[in-house]
Ligand binder design. Structure first.
Ligand code: ZN
Length: 503
């Protein structure tokens, strides 16, 4: 675990222009955040990398961008208006509402996920849990729906909803994509976009907010299809920390397993395993440390109303192991519900079996803001002595890729030429103030992977020094080769091989 607390990370993110509390000049607005100049770059890099990996690099996934405000009918069909709720308790004196599960988890340090209102009521009574704000007694538990209603047009009766998840826009547009894009099973529809939940107690910085962004795929397969031809050797041999339902029932810790062994034990189907592995590897390939990740099976009592089986990827946050990503087997639930409520067929003709069928759905669901928080936290390293922070972000997602420095201000004119040349192709930063050490430190702190210094020797040898953020090693490279070399470095090629190593 990184040594930084979530409070310190929040302060750092604000100070450096990654993330600010929203509406701060008006005293803040709980559960909402604004992304700053560096934050928007990092967030966009995450989203475009995801889109490239899961949509553009594949032939079987189609992208959409659905509307955010959506008809009440969609959310009736999906079950969100009845089932998408948290259990809350009101204080008998100060009237503040609290999320029942959080209250109990905080007081008793136990996991109560999936317990019903009766069980939670009993825990509150048995343990004499009081209002955390005024210490008075609490009323009976009530259900609180998390959907955000909005009025559309002039009629107060015309109530629509901010979408509670991006997934339902994919299901409601399913037939249009099938009819317009010549799709063949198996295939997926992907979307990146905002979603909204009226959380009772938003907390832990970007982890639980009221407005957030999702990156989701609904992947459609034949209902009886068991084999997944896409499963690769790397995915089958993937080893990770795993917490099964049984481990949780028996209060055991997670242990290392291979994906192939979970398939052999029939803990999950091949398609489900494929998407779990594919998603896990996306995090790993972008630099998240394996020791901070685990895969957790949902227990029966916590399964969502639409799911036949869910596996999360959890991250070891400063506030404990929490969900970073969810992968549900939604079966035929959503398409059947929309077929029933809309009266429109959701069947698709399958060329292989020569029949019309309603596909089954596997859903890999990523939270953009949670991924952002995870990458930021995982990359954060500080030496306790000097208080210097190095943000070891993977170069593919780092907000700024390169910084250019003149060794002294006398060399400004020459160094500026190098900067302007690189700026056309890379996100670059120019920095001429303070000692060179101070400039390195500033670049490290915001995660710039490579810094370039133009010195007096550069005037003669037409070369510059490139410094690697993570090792602080330096190489000398000809200015005319600079673009080519930087392209290779940003693709992850070995630093020492790209130029003459400076001892
Ligand atoms: Zn109270």
């Amino acid at each position: 675990m990184s040594e930084v607390s979530i409070e310190d990370l929040t302060v750092f993110a604000k100070k450096k222009g990654f993330v600010y509390p929203s509406n701060e000049i008006y005293g803040g607005f709980a559960g909402f955040y604004d992304y700053g100049p560096l934050g928007v770059e990092l967030k966009n890099n995450l989203k475009s990398n995801w889109w490239k990996t899961f949509v553009q690099n594949r032939d079987d996934i189609f992208g959409i961008d659905g509307s955010i405000i959506s008809s009440k009918k969609i959310w009736e069909a999906s079950g969100h208006l009845t089932s998408f709720a948290d259990l809350i308790v009101e204080c008998s004196k100060c009237k503040n509402n609290h999320r029942a599960d959080h209250l109990i988890e905080d007081k008793l340090a136990m996991n109560v996920e999936g317990l019903d209102a009766n069980a939670l009521n009993k825990l509150i009574k048995d343990n004499n849990i009081k209002c955390p704000d005024c210490k008075s007694s609490l009323k009976e538990i009530k259900s609180f729906n998390l959907m955000f209603p909005v009025q559309v047009g002039t009629s107060k009766d015309n109530i629509a909803y901010l979408r509670g998840e991006t997934a339902q826009l994919i299901f409601s547009v399913f037939k249009n994509v099938v009819d317009s894009s010549r799709v063949k099973l198996p295939f997926g529809i992907a979307q990146i976009g905002k979603a909204f939940r009226n959380e009772i107690s938003p907390r832990n910085f970007l982890f639980r907010t009221r407005e957030f962004e999702q990156m989701e795929i609904e992947y459609f397969i034949r209902p009886k299809e068991k084999k997944c031809p896409l499963l690769s050797k790397r995915q089958l041999q993937l080893e990770f920390q795993f917490l099964s339902e049984q481990d949780q029932v028996k209060k055991r810790k997670h242990k290392k397993v291979k994906m192939s062994s979970l398939i052999n034990k029939k803990l999950l189907g091949e398609w489900h395993a494929y998407w779990l592995a594919e998603s896990y590897l996306w995090f790993i390939d972008l630099g998240i440390k394996e020791k901070n990740l685990r895969i957790r099976e949902h227990t029966k009592q916590e399964l969502s109303h639409y799911s036949l089986g869910t596996f999360d990827i959890d991250y070891n946050f400063p506030f404990g192991w929490k969900e970073l990503y969810g992968n549900a087997n939604r079966g035929q639930y959503d398409l059947k519900q929309h077929m029933k409520f809309s009266g429109k067929s959701m069947e698709i003709f399958d060329e292989q079996t020569k029949q019309r069928l309603i596909p089954k759905v596997i859903e890999p669901s990523f939270g953009v803001d949670r991924a952002f928080l995870t990458f930021l936290y995982d990359a954060y390293e500080s030496d306790k002595k000097g208080g210097n922070v190095v943000l070891k972000l993977n170069s593919q997602i780092a907000p700024i890729k390169i910084a250019v420095f003149p060794l002294v201000n006398k060399l400004d004119e020459h160094a500026l030429k190098v900067y302007l040349m690189l700026k056309k192709d890379f996100v670059c930063k120019w920095d001429r103030s303070g000692s060179i050490g101070r400039r390195y430190a500033r670049a490290d702190e915001i995660g710039i992977p490579y810094t370039i210094t133009y010195d007096f020797d550069s005037l003669d040898d037409k070369s510059v020094t490139i410094r690697d953020r993570d090792t602080t090693k330096q190489i000398r490279v000809k200015i005319e080769d600079l673009k080519k070399v930087l392209c290779k470095l940003l693709k992850g090629e070995k630093f020492e091989k790209q130029g003459k190593l400076i001892k």
